[in-house]
Ligand binder design. Structure first.
Ligand code: TYM
Length: 331
């Protein structure tokens, strides 16, 4: 029996961080066994903000190696670059003609990004969620494992699938989001400003732990992580955002639940929590980093994997695009 399709992607901008790992990649690994998966490096999304071309190229290969170092297996799953499958951009246009300006104006990520990039509020930044819907709908995707920040974009993809299906007959599978609860890592917060999401495009690297940070850097960053003054290790995102975030990281890295950790840390101080969090994250990342170094050394192999992935993805994408064009009356 054919398995359901899973699609997800990360923009190759900035450095992969543990927010991506806990929010998205961890679910990718779990779900890889049960779904036919496509994991994309969504580089067309990355260019909505200015990129240095040679850095973007090299970083894209870093991301392929990182996906694999985390455990994505190119024998089981398709790994490919979005720009290698032009059907994404073409379906985007067809969907754009069915997307309302008001829907895009409501997107909170658009509002945040325009506030940050006042000198480059481009059309791509605005229409970005339509490209994301195209990424998903092109493959008849059933499952989309992402972090909580992508929920609104996923809702648009679902609305567009339903809208197109109602108008033209069934063209698309309606995708379902898979978002971990916030306690389980769906929204990892910044270390220095725990009211803000941990983000790879943050100017201050002290706000995030990159997947490739050395143990020493991780120790320094977590030592500076903002907590509070009541010295009680308890999960409460409203009044204890920093401590709650540390508990989430420790829980994600050890597999212990937050309530178990709260019991373990009764009477202990924040220093203790931080030292244990460093140890758990270093233990999680050390084998990933070793595998990354090995894989990143062989660029020809990474290129080969991307080529195989793009060929397979394209084959599936063409079938959907053809169906949509026919249904819309395009010759
Ligand atoms: P991106 O590149 O910003 O992030 C990649 C994935 O990591 C999740 N994530 C987080 N999860 C928890 N805590 C955080 N602090 C955190 N930061 C990021 C994101 O939710 C995401 O799952 N638009 C998407 C990329 C994309 C995509 C797609 C995803 C394009 N097309 C189609 C799924 C399907 C993005 O910008 O993710």
């Amino acid at each position: 029996m054919a398995r359901d399709i899973l699609f997800s992607g990360i923009q190759p901008s900035g450095q992969l961080n543990i927010g991506h790992y806990f929010g998205a990649v961890k679910n990718w690994l779990r779900m890889q066994e049960d779904f036919d998966c496509l994991f994309s490096l969504v580089n067309l999304h990355a260019i909505t903000v200015r990129q240095n071309p040679s850095e973007l190229r090299s970083r894209s290969l870093d991301f392929v190696a990182a996906y694999m170092a985390c455990g994505i297996d190119p024998e089981k799953s398709i790994i490919f670059a979005q720009s290698d499958v032009p059907e994404h951009s073409e379906l985007m246009w067809l969907l754009s003609c069915h997307t309302y300006m008001g829907e895009l104006e409501r997107m909170t990520q658009f509002k945040d990004k325009t506030a940050k990039n006042t000198d480059n509020i481009n059309l791509g930044l605005f229409s970005y969620p339509v490209l994301m819907a195209a990424d998903i709908l092109l493959y008849q995707t059933k499952a989309v494992p992402v972090g909580a920040d992508q929920k609104q974009h996923l809702e648009l993809a679902r609305d567009l699938a339903n809208r197109m299906n109602n108008r033209y007959g069934t063209l698309f599978t309606v995708p379902e989001p898979y978002i971990p609860s916030v306690e389980a890592g769906g929204r990892i917060m910044s270390l220095l400003e725990p009211e803000k999401k941990m983000s790879k495009s943050d100017d201050n690297a002290g706000n995030y732990i990159a997947l490739l940070d050395s143990p020493d850097v991780i120790r320094k960053k977590l030592k500076k992580a903002v907590t509070d003054t009541d010295n009680e290790i308890r999960y409460d995102r409203d009044t204890k955002a920093g401590v709650s975030n540390l508990l989430t990281l420790l829980s994600g890295a050890t597999g212990k639940s937050i309530s178990e950790l709260e019991v373990d840390y009764v009477g202990k101080g924040y220093g203790h929590l931080k030292v244990d969090t460093v140890e758990a994250i270093v233990a999680l990342l050390t084998p990933i980093q070793a595998e990354f170094a090995r894989l990143r050394n062989d660029e020809a192999e990474l290129q080969r994997i991307l080529k195989i992935g793009a060929d397979k993805a394209r084959f599936q994408a063409q079938a959907t695009l053809e169906k949509v064009k026919q249904a819309m009356g395009l010759l």
